[in-house]
Write a protein that binds this ligand. Structure first.
Ligand SMILES: *[C@@H]1O[C@H](CO)[C@@H](O)[C@H](O)[C@H]1NC(C)=O
Ligand SMILES: *[C@@H]1O[C@H](CO)[C@@H](O)[C@H](O)[C@H]1NC(C)=O
Ligand SMILES: *[C@@H]1O[C@H](CO)[C@@H](O)[C@H](O)[C@H]1NC(C)=O
Ligand SMILES: *[C@@H]1O[C@H](CO)[C@@H](O)[C@H](O)[C@H]1NC(C)=O
Ligand SMILES: *[C@@H]1O[C@H](CO)[C@@H](O)[C@H](O)[C@H]1NC(C)=O
Ligand SMILES: *[C@@H]1O[C@H](CO)[C@@H](O)[C@H](O)[C@H]1NC(C)=O
Ligand SMILES: *[C@@H]1O[C@H](CO)[C@@H](O)[C@H](O)[C@H]1NC(C)=O
Ligand SMILES: *[C@@H]1O[C@H](CO)[C@@H](O)[C@H](O)[C@H]1NC(C)=O
Ligand SMILES: *[C@@H]1O[C@H](CO)[C@@H](O)[C@H](O)[C@H]1NC(C)=O
Ligand SMILES: *[C@@H]1O[C@H](CO)[C@@H](O)[C@H](O)[C@H]1NC(C)=O
Ligand SMILES: *[C@@H]1O[C@H](CO)[C@@H](O)[C@H](O)[C@H]1NC(C)=O
Ligand SMILES: *[C@@H]1O[C@H](CO)[C@@H](O)[C@H](O)[C@H]1NC(C)=O
Length: 509
């Protein structure tokens, strides 16, 4: 039996050997890290600021090199950030030898070539950012297999192509993924619904096809979902509207329809909690057709009144679609709305008075619909409004009820009113609400809109004089009064419009 003393000595020796082994392993690893970084330096062919040339040399420890962060204890490289240095070059596979690397940021440079497979082998990585380079190639089919800790992957603005691998679901810790502005094709893999920690999913501007997978509805923490500018078809799964964290959705410029034969969930109450942006803008260029949002009552292309449950909506854009029916008056309940774009649809009926509740509204675009009736004068009470477009509708101002005057507040912000109407559709338009005057004159109170830059009343039925007070809207750049029934002299006060660039008075009588 060895004595206790001998045992102690044996243990001590063992410890010494072990720590020697660790130290030499460390030294080897540190040398490996240095070789990996020198290899990267060697693959940089243009370094206009001489950044690497000045900083990355072996006379100092790599841990002192600019852009490098090391672990204090092990001296292994944990972060490599050479973002925004205008570097040209390629990424060497040796970079995959930085086996403690957590943060890799090469964004906003001119790296080309493909991502070496060894990078996808670096299981310590938490964050990869290759944004804004000219990298190309495909994501390997199993690219997530060893990236089980990865939290962010930014490949935006490169030239990657190929499919989005369904094995993406193995990147279980992923919180943000941006593949936007590349050439990815194929479908959005439904397995993405298993990456349940995702908060930001950005796939805009690719060649993605097929349907939006229902499984996106499993991403309970998702806040932003950008799928615009692809070739997606089918309906928008209503499960998406069940996600209570979603604050920002963009489906614009795709080939989506809402003609959904199966029962669809209503927009849920949860929609009210966060959603601040829905964009369904579609692009005529691609001859795109879009139907209605999911709604418990109504599948015939109306704007669902339940949208009002989205109490935090700031932007609602349903432009250039096929929405029909009335503008639901409940839209007045989304009181955080700043930007409301319903233009270029087939909306009918009157402009709801309830829009007056949208105290933060800055832009209201209703042009190119089939709206009728008068423009509620209460809209002119909205002190934040800066941009109004009612052109090409079937509006009149023949309003039998008393109308509010244009309010003083109009003076604060309004910089654009467009009431251009289009003869093509044989459209008739009357006068603006005015405290004095309901007979089709241009109200002199418009001069209270001191910030007006564009005033277009073209192709209407305005009669009477051009009010001289128009000379008080001294910010005017574009004044279009053409094609009306105006009379009298052109007021001298127009001389005050020092910023005026375009003045159209043709065919005014
Ligand atoms: C090496 O880098 C250090 C800064 O890290 C710099 O002071 C020194 O001038 C560099 N040496 C050479 C030869 O470039
Ligand atoms: C790194 O920089 C620090 C302070 O700038 C210096 O004290 C240290 O000697 C440097 N280490 C090496 C290995 O160059
Ligand atoms: C990399 O450095 C830039 C500044 O040059 C900084 O904006 C960026 O946040 C850094 N990246 C990471 C991942 O820390
Ligand atoms: C990168 O290039 C841009 C424009 O060419 C320049 O404005 C910027 O200062 C450059 N940055 C560096 C770090 O050289
Ligand atoms: C680093 O990686 C390359 C290729 O990925 C490999 O050939 C090389 O042996 C590695 N170097 C070291 C020092 O580990
Ligand atoms: C990735 O790691 C595995 C297992 O360590 C190894 O077999 C493979 O060769 C590595 N691939 C690359 C490209 O480094
Ligand atoms: C990033 O790339 C996009 C297009 O790929 C380009 O429009 C943008 O200007 C780039 N940004 C910078 C800061 O280089
Ligand atoms: C993904 O989640 C589904 C359940 O939604 C499960 O059946 C499937 O096995 C998961 N797949 C992966 C690759 O984790
Ligand atoms: C959009 O869908 C229509 C009808 O399904 C089809 O004819 C058209 O080619 C599609 N356009 C695009 C850009 O996918
Ligand atoms: C919407 O506002 C109206 C008043 O304009 C109110 O009666 C109604 O209860 C509100 N609806 C919701 C869903 O908040
Ligand atoms: C506009 O209204 C007039 C009169 O109500 C009607 O005859 C005409 O068909 C309408 N035009 C459109 C495009 O709705
Ligand atoms: C408009 O300007 C005239 C002078 O041209 C001035 O007398 C008048 O008070 C101004 N009106 C308003 C509403 O600012």
């Amino acid at each position: 039996m060895p004595s206790a003393r001998m045992m102690n000595r044996f243990l001590l020796l063992h410890c010494l050997i072990l720590s020697f082994m660790i130290a030499s392993a460390n030294t080897t690893s540190i040398t490996t890290d240095q070789q990996a970084l020198l290899s990267l330096k060697g693959h940089v062919t243009d370094d206009p600021a001489n950044f690497l040339a000045r900083n990355w040399n072996t006379s100092s420890s790599i841990c002192n090199w600019t852009g490098i962060t090391c672990d204090i204890r092990t001296h292994r490289v944990t972060a490599l950030n050479i973002s925004r240095l205008n570097l040209t070059g390629t990424i060497p596979s040796e970079l995959g030898n930085l086996s403690s690397l957590q943060t890799l940021d090469l964004s906003f440079n001119r790296f080309s070539g493909s991502i070496p497979a060894s990078i996808f082998n670096t299981s310590s990585l938490l964050s990869i950012n290759f944004r804004n380079n000219t990298l190309f190639g495909e994501l390997p089919p199993n690219f997530c297999n060893r990236l089980s800790n990865l939290e962010s992957l930014f490949l935006k603005s490169n030239m990657f192509h190929g499919k989005i691998p369904s094995t993406l679901s193995n990147c279980k810790q992923l919180r943000n993924i941006s593949l936007s502005l590349n050439d990815f094709s194929g479908t959005i893999p439904k397995e993405i619904g298993n990456v349940t920690k995702l908060i930001g999913l950005y796939f805009r501007g690719n060649q993605l096809q097929g349907e939006i997978p229902e499984e996106l509805g499993n991403l309970a923490e998702l806040e932003e979902l950008w799928l615009q500018n692809n070739f997606l078809t089918g309906t928008i799964p209503s499960s998406i509207f069940n996600l209570s964290s979603l604050s920002n959705l963009d489906f614009s410029v795709n080939n989506l329809t809402a003609i959904n034969p199966s029962p669809v969930q209503p927009l849920p109450p949860s929609c009210a909690s966060f959603l601040n942006k829905i964009i369904f803008v579609l692009n005529n260029e691609y001859n795109i057709l879009f139907g209605e949002l999911p709604d418990e009552n109504d599948f015939d292309g109306k704007i669902p009144s339940t949208l009002s449950r989205c109490k935090h909506l700031q932007t609602l854009s349903l432009s250039i679609n096929d929405f029909s029916g009335d503008i639901p008056k409940e839209i007045g309940n989304s009181t955080k709305l700043k930007y409301l774009y319903l233009d270029q649809n087939r909306l009918q009926g009157e402009i709801p008075e309830e829009l007056e509740n949208l105290a933060d509204l800055e832009e209201l675009w209703l042009q190119k619909n089939f709206l009728t009736g008068t423009i509620p004068s209460s809209i002119f009470n909205l002190s934040s409004l800066s941009n109004l477009d009612f052109s090409v509708n079937n509006l009149t101002a023949i309003n039998p009820s008393p109308v509010q005057p244009l309010p003083p507040s109009c003076a604060s912000f309004l910089n654009k009113i467009i009431f251009v109407l289009n003869n093509e559709y044989n459209i008739l338009f009357g006068e603006l609400p005015d405290e004095n005057d309901f007979d089709g004159k241009i109200p002199s109170t418009l001069s209270r809109c001191k910030h007006l830059q564009t005033l277009s009343l073209s192709i209407n039925d305005f009669s009477g004089d051009i009010p001289k007070e128009i000379g008080n809207s001294t910010k005017l750049k574009y004044l279009y009064l053409d094609q009306n029934r105006l009379q009298g002299e052109i007021p001298e006060e127009l001389e005050n419009l020092a910023d005026l660039e375009e003045l159209w008075l043709q065919k005014i009588s």
